[in-house]
Design a protein around this ligand. Structure first.
Ligand SMILES: Cc1cc2nc3c(=O)[nH]c(=O)nc-3n(C[C@H](O)[C@H](O)[C@H](O)COP(=O)(O)O)c2cc1C
Length: 215
């Protein structure tokens, strides 16, 4: 598959078919994903592929209340399902059916192998994640190339201790994302909603447009 097309169409899948992702497909995807860069080439990422139905159910049981709480906050306390935007209704369906997704891939990372350079700035530190999420996105892109859809999630990171216990993740590893993967029930999206280039690229100083508005 052409690279740009993969980048433009790797959306967040909300409806999965039940058929499993074969080992050889997953192997090829991880084989490509591991070439993402990480600080100092320390390669902190480890994957736990959760296919066991009981463990998937346990993850889904942990996920659903986190999702409903998020949805409640987003809706100002009272969820009116009829009035939810389509994308949120789809995400709600995803939450209700997470246990049925054929695999949930947990991206773990060795904490000591991250090198966050922005911890002394008195704000949220994000640089450590830079050694993890390029690999995660590479995995999603590589799976896309194989015709496999994905949904990257982070809500379960809230309950890392429970996930750690469920999957026997060692104390020196953290959880960074939980990626639902499987063959999509619907065609891959052709257009994802993103801000236009003209709005997000600046020339020399922040805020000074680099490109004219897209035609
Ligand atoms: C860092 C990150 C965390 C996310 N966490 C969740 C999550 O916990 N649950 C969920 O349903 N979607 C999650 N998503 C998916 C986003 O909601 C989704 O990418 C966004 O709505 C855009 O959808 P699209 O890529 O299909 O256009 C996450 C995405 C990212 C990049």
């Amino acid at each position: 598959m052409e690279l740009t097309e993969a980048m433009r169409t790797t959306g967040t899948c909300r409806y999965f078919r039940p058929d499993p992702v074969p080992d050889e497909v997953l192997h090829r995807a991880v084989d490509a994903a591991r070439f993402a860069p990480q600080g100092g080439n320390r390669q902190p990422v480890r994957w736990v592929v959760v296919r066991d139905p009981d463990r998937r159910q346990a993850l889904a049981d942990l996920y659903l209340p986190l999702w409903k709480a998020y949805l409640g906050r987003r809706s100002g306390g009272r969820i009116d399902y009829e009035r939810l935007p389509r994308s949120v209704r789809d995400a709600d369906h995803f939450a209700e059916h997470l246990a049925e997704v054929p695999a949930i891939v947990v991206a773990c990372a060795e904490l000591a192998a991250l090198y966050p350079t922005d911890t002394g700035l008195g704000r949220l530190s994000v640089v450590g994640g830079g050694s993890i999420y390029p690999t995660v996105q590479n995995l999603c892109l590589a799976l896309r190339g194989e015709g496999v859809a994905s949904a990257m999630t982070t809500l379960l990171c809230t309950v890392e201790p429970q996930v750690r216990e469920l999957l026997a993740i060692p104390d020196d590893m953290i959880t960074a994302a939980h990626i639902a993967i499987g063959y999509p029930e619907r065609p891959f999206p052709t257009t994802l909603t993103r801000a236009p280039v003209a709005e997000i690229v600046y020339a020399d100083t922040f805020g000074r447009a680099c490109f004219p508005p897209d035609a």
